[in-house]
Design a protein around this ligand. Sequence first.
Ligand code: NAD
Length: 499
Amino acid sequence: MARELMHFINGERVSGDSGRFGDVYNPNTGEVQAKVPLANAQEMRKAVEAALSAFGAWSAMNPQRRARVMFRFKDLLEQNIDELAHMLSAEHGKVVADSKGDIQRGLEVIEFACGIPHLLKGEFTEGAGPGIDIYSMRQPLGVVAGITPFNFPAMIPMWMFGVAIACGNTFICKPSEKDPSVPLRLAELFMEAGAPAGVLNVVNGDKQAVDAILTDPDIKAVSFVGSSDIAQYVFAQGTAHGKRVQAMGGAKNHGIVMPDADMEQVVNDFLGSAYGSAGERCMALPVAVPVGDETADRLIEALTPRIKNLKVGISTDAEAQYGPVVSAAHLDKIKNYVAKGVEEGAELLIDGRDFSMQGFENGFFMGPCLFDRVTTDMVTYEQEIFGPVLQIVRAKDFEEALRLPSEHQYGNGVAIFTRDGDTAREFASRVNVGMVGINVPIPVPLAYHTFGGWKRSAFGDVNQHGPEGVRFYTKIKTVTSRWPQGQREDASFVIPTMK
Ligand code: NAD
């Protein structure tokens, strides 16, 4: 019997009472290992009320004391990282070492949030006029919510709640229904770190829970990460209901390979970033753009034997380079994209569709695929595949290589591999994409910078974490004060100016 998961509301685990459940699979075996309750609007409302009643005291607590909770939470994450990584790996399917990376990248946002007293400091102008001072302060919004995808079940919730809660907000996390156990455990650890009940709540669910968030008047801001159509929907609905919304979407990141690139390094970089986590990363590098046929031929010659040697295995196999994908439905979708690519006329050089894992034949495994001669009119180029599939699009020169990611519907990340500084600098300056790597295949900015793509990879203006995250989760108040030292002024009927 699959165990039943719960929600985490007002400091405790509570059973779902909607009567609806989702299946949580073990991607290694294909078995249902747990049932996750899918909340209805009434259950979501209970979490909003818990978060509302926690808000007053939490937002009034001085930022240094809030930071101390973050420091203790960071320690608890470090102490529990093995348990969390195994829990994550068992539901997501990414290998344990990569699961630790997922937690570590979230932990780094918590480290950033430990500096919140400094980040919340306002501005001050002394003597803006006679006896007049002006100062600004950043204040929290109230109850805010985060809706997260399956592919980073630790990092992305922490991107959001780490910054939001440190700023003084209270938070509702609606994790992916595919791998909800880690966010639930994070909420427990956060309480153990000293957070009062109701400051961080986790409500599991699907569209019903998301719609309840988007329409609840007491939720002031929504942070979303997931696929682009849903991101656009969340942005439109959330803003129509008066909320501040940041909604990150899908991706199709290109890696430009210039003829002078260090080919051995390029091959290592593509292996890790196209096939790591079975390609289920929004900052994966699923498109290689070698410049010139000679570069393309060299790239393929060097890549092919290495791809054929990749070790696919169960997620707890320490030797495995990547594990199964998240669900049977997703596996089918990836295989259908590969079939479509063949039908569209791309050359399938390596076909991993028939891969089967001995002893785990019902697991959601897929071998690596490599396509050559992919062209921009193909559906499989235009859309995100989100699997272990690398597509090569040959460009004749630098200008064409620059145009490809710039004109693609997605604009999350891009990388250029070259030894030439001028080329790299020009590329970084002109490319129409939000995050750029120069000889860095997965250019995910660190926690004290900010994360966000362009075009259909992000809806809204403010990025995740870093100073932008603090801006997203606070509103600014500006106070103009006058202490006239005994002098009175006459009534004035014109707008005050500083002559
Ligand atoms: P998804 O869009 O299916 O789900 C994301 C969230 O939306 C989940 O919490 C889910 O429950 C909810 N949801 C699903 N369908 C919904 C609907 N019809 N109405 C309202 N809510 C709904 O995404 P996923 O498959 O979990 O994650 C993979 C996607 O996320 C990929 O497209 C990937 O590129 C993207 N992603 C983007 C970033 C980024 O920062 N740009 C980061 C990670 C993942």
